[in-house]
Design a binder for this molecule. Structure first.
Ligand code: NIG
Ligand code: FE
Length: 415
């Protein structure tokens, strides 16, 4: 089916022009077309331009979507989430409001292993049912591509259950879902004090070969942090993963400067995520190695932790992406517009930069920017129609969902 979006007040294209990501001052170049139009054939964008250059006579047999007074931009690419989970952790949220820290809660048996217990108890069907609700909500809030990690199973069978659920959802749902293996998210209780054995027996010997051979994940992620996995653990895991074609990604420098960013650069990771405590050497390393710096402002906001140095990163030439990190412990929100507002107010990013970071650079962090993340001829038609007068309203008018319609792979979604 062919589709034409016409009378678009502001068409925000975020042109990649063949690049994987935007860096530096280019992050502010949104490629705006006033009074624009987009033509789509099947799943793909075939023409973009100004209304005055569109010949309406050629639009027979084409569905027309009149976007009068609307802003149209690429759908958000949320490149870091843990949205497949069971249960919830509102009790921990309440404890933190009483001054107990995220780390203390983990030491008392809460945190990641609490959700692990819930996920182990849930069937694959139950996990998928809950995830489907989240996926619909994400689409309604403008996210058209999402990365989802395992990491709440923490043993062979439950990690595989999670990854199978993620892959089945990708086939069954309209959302584009990218799967990441995160067996090294925490040390499960049955391996307490025996981290090395968990890494070798479960992750390296069993899971990486199985996950890669079955095609269950594109990326391999590790939580590189004191009390979790150190740089040497990460190296061992990534080396094995790379021999099986899994691309490294990293939870880096979240709670302390752990050398995570430097490691991400050394192993050629697609992205280094969090970076709240990144060192100056880490910033230079990411810039030189073209590793995307994925910032998760919702976590700093929700845990009342320090924010990542977005300005320093962008000014040093790091391609910055924004993601939600949606999970029940450290960020119980999937709203990309909320992340964008927090990035503007707490990380000194501009409205233009947060739009690039939430679209094209997010796609770059997933090695998907050749087909998604911008509105350009030849790319997949993933677009959102916003009832705002101009793009600056998106981070400015926060706490409200401005997404009116979503076009996913060329199809207008009805909710
Ligand atoms: O990205 N930092 C580690 N992992 C998640 C938190 C997961 C959880 O608390 O359940 C994060 O913040
Ligand atoms: Fe995370």
């Amino acid at each position: 089916m062919n589709l034409a979006l016409i009378n678009i007040k502001q068409l925000v294209t975020v042109p990649a022009q063949g690049q994987r990501v935007k860096t530096g001052t280019d992050m502010r170049e949104l490629g705006i077309i006033e009074n624009g139009a987009v033509l789509i054939e099947e799943e793909n964008i075939t023409w973009i331009g100004r209304m005055e250059d569109l010949s309406m006579g050629n639009l027979k047999e084409t569905d027309i979507l009149d976007c009068m007074d609307r802003v149209v931009m690429p759908g958000f690419v949320d490149s870091h989430t843990h949205l497949l989970f069971a249960g919830s952790r509102e009790d921990e949220f309440a404890m933190r409001s009483n001054g107990v820290s995220y780390q203390e809660i983990a030491e008392r048996g809460g945190g990641i292993v609490k959700t692990m217990s819930h996920v182990r108890e849930a069937t694959k069907k139950e996990l998928k049912k809950q995830a489907r609700r989240w996926l619909t909500a994400l689409l309604q809030h403008g996210t058209t591509t999402v990365e989802v990690k395992s990491g709440y199973g923490l043993d062979r069978d439950h990690e595989i259950k999670m990854l199978e659920a993620i892959n089945e959802l990708n086939k069954e749902e309209v959302m584009t879902i990218v799967s990441t293996f995160l067996g090294a998210h925490a040390i499960p209780p049955e391996f307490k004090g025996r981290k090395g054995e968990y890494i070798r027996e479960v992750i390296i010997d069993k899971l990486i070969p199985y996950v890669a051979t079955k095609g269950l994940a594109s990326f391999c992620d590790v939580f590189c942090e004191k009390g979790y996995f150190d740089v040497d653990d990460c190296k061992a895991i990534f080396n094995k993963g790379k021999t099986y074609g899994l691309i490294p990604k990293l939870h880096a420098d979240e709670l302390s400067a752990s050398g995570g960013a430097e490691l991400a650069a050394a192993v050629g990771a697609a992205s280094a995520d969090h970076l709240e405590h990144i060192s100056d050497a880490g910033i230079t390393a990411l810039a030189n190695a073209n590793v995307v710096g994925t910032l998760l402002p919702g976590v700093s906001f929700f845990l009342n932790h320090r924010y990542a140095p977005a300005r320093k990163l962008i000014d040093a030439g790091v391609a910055v992406a924004l993601a939600s990190d949606f999970n029940p412990g450290s960020c119980m929100s999937y709203s990309m517009p909320l992340m964008m507002t927090i990035a503007c107010t707490h990380m000194q990013m501009s409205p233009e930069e947060v739009i690039t970071a939430a679209t094209l650079n997010g796609a770059g962090a997933l090695n998907l920017s050749h087909e998604r993340g911008s509105i350009e001829v030849g790319k997949k038609a993933d677009m959102i129609i916003l009832s705002i007068p101009n793009y600056k309203f998106l981070p400015y008018h926060f706490g409200e969902n401005h997404v009116e319609k979503v076009v996913k792979n060329g199809v207008v979604l009805e909710f």
